[in-house]
Design a protein. Structure first.
Length: 69
């Protein structure tokens, strides 16, 4: 029962949590000295791109499903 509640709570937010984790990982790698600034910036932009892509796909899918009804 609790699993269903947690899944409903996280519905639509998993992509944002994953992107936030990617940004934190990129910043952690930079501050640890493992990667340079260029790689960090590319990683952050890639994570943000995924968020905006997901938002665009979900809004277009909502439009299409509304047109069929």
């Amino acid at each position: 029962m609790c699993n269903i509640i947690y899944m409903q709570l996280l519905s639509g937010k998993k992509t944002y949590f994953t992107a936030a984790a990617a940004v934190i990982t990129a910043l952690g790698g930079y501050f640890a000295g493992e990667v340079d600034l260029t790689v960090t910036i590319q990683s952050v932009f890639a994570a943000l791109m995924v968020v905006f892509l997901r938002k665009g796909v979900s809004s277009e899918a909502a439009k299409k499903s509304g047109d069929k009804e």
